[in-house]
Design a protein around this ligand. Structure first.
Ligand SMILES: [Ca+2]
Ligand SMILES: [Ca+2]
Length: 175
């Protein structure tokens, strides 16, 4: 009886090992570079596929909070950098698509400390020359990506969050 139990235990352990192994492969697949190879166009109409995400540039201008709501209502979020990509790659992609508008970057919680809306800190900055400047003492706490800037690498401007700009939304490409 003891032998049988040990046998069963071993085969159960082997099964667990296999399923841990396959889950590990699955998670690499989800978060790693494999997302670059999502076949076809897995983005909803109007969204542009760039890397493993889909991006939408609204046509209507709106305040930053409204823009965030606009993106979330579409199962997305205001565009932001993440650890999977170089932020600089995102800069080039948005510029190539001629996108303009709010991104998910704000210093409204702590003036001068810019953070992404997912709470991740800002590690690479791409402010336009002289920005952020809280122009003329205005309380400019929200960031806009401008593809008409001199360079994709200097394309961010701070604006008053209540000013109206298009939204740049992102969401993961569906598989
Ligand atoms: Ca500010
Ligand atoms: Ca500014």
């Amino acid at each position: 009886v003891e032998c049988l139990t040990l046998d069963r235990l071993l085969s159960t352990l082997a099964g667990i090992g296999e399923s841990i192994g396959s889950n590990a492969v699955g998670s690499v697949h989800r978060t790693g570079e494999k997302c670059f190879s999502v076949p076809g166009n897995p983005c909803s109409p109007g969204w542009h596929k760039m890397n493993c995400k889909c991006y939408l540039n609204s046509t209507a201008p709106m305040a930053w909070a409204e823009a965030r709501r606009y993106c979330r209502e579409r199962a997305g979020e205001l565009a932001e950098s993440d650890d999977d990509h170089q932020t600089s790659t995102l800069q080039v992609l948005l510029a190539n698509e001629k996108m303009n508008g709010w991104i998910g970057l704000t210093d409204s919680k702590n003036e001068g400390t810019w953070t992404w809306v997912d709470s991740s800190p800002l590690t690479q900055e791409f402010w336009a020359k002289g920005q952020p400047d809280s122009r003329g003492g205005l309380d400019e706490d929200c960031a806009v990506f401008q593809s008409d800037a001199q360079s994709a690498m200097s394309s961010w401007h701070d604006y008053e969050c209540s000013s109206r700009h298009a939204a740049i939304c992102e969401k993961f490409a569906s598989r």
